[in-house]
Design a binder for this molecule. Sequence first.
Ligand code: DER
Length: 225
Amino acid sequence: QTRDAAKRRASESAVEAVSDGDVVGLGSGSTAEHAIRILGDRVEEGLDIVGVTTSFQAREIAIEKGIDLTTLDETDGHIDVTIDGADQFAGPDLIKGGGAAHAREKIVASATDSLQIVADPTKETDVLDTVVPVEVLPDARTTVANAIREMGGEPELRWAQRKSGPVVTDNGNLLFDADFGAIDDPEALATEIATIPSVVEHGIFPGYADAVHMGTEDGVTVFEY
Ligand code: DER
C-alpha cells in the first residue's frame, strides 16, 4: 500500500515535466501506469499532448484514458519528454525490462529530449546489481545463453506465470534474465551484450535518466542528472 502511494507520488512529480503541445513517451510497468492515468486526467482538463507508447500495456491504458496517440514515424523520431519506470537506478544508469518492454522503451527513451524516471525507494542502489533482461530471437536462445556465460553472466529464460512456457515479448521474442552480479561499468557491459548475435535489446540504459522522481513515505525526492 505504501509502495503504491510512493509510485503515485513519483508519477505526480514527473508529470510536472509535461507541457502543452508535448509529444510524450508513455512508459511501461506499474509505476508508469500511474503517470499515464494522471496524464489522462490532465488531458481531460485540457492538457494538449500526444503520446507514443512503449508496450501493449501502455497503449491499452492510454486508450482507456483518452490520450491521443502517435508514432515515432509521425513525429520525425522526436519525443519531448518520456515518463517511464525502472527496475533499478544508480544515478542516471538504469536497468529496465522487468516488464519485458525494454526494447520499445529504449527506442522511445533514445528519441526523447528528457527522460523522467519514476521509482520507489526499492529501486535505488549505489551499484547496479539486479538481473539484466536480454531479449533474443527464439532460435538463438542457446547460442546467446552460451555467450552470456562466457561473459560471466548466468542467463535464466523468463518463464510465464499464467501461460505454459516462456514469456514472449510484444515483439515475439524470448527473454533471458542475466545475472552479472554487481555491474561496475554499465556502459561497457551494455556494449558487450549488444554485440552478441541475435540479441534484440538488453535492459541496461547507461546514463539515460535526465531525472529520477523517487516517491518516499511522505513525499518525493527528485534527482536531476
Ligand atoms: O519493464 C520496465 O522497464 C518497467 O519500467 C519496470 O522496470 C518497472 O516496473 P514497475 O514500475 O512495475 O516496478
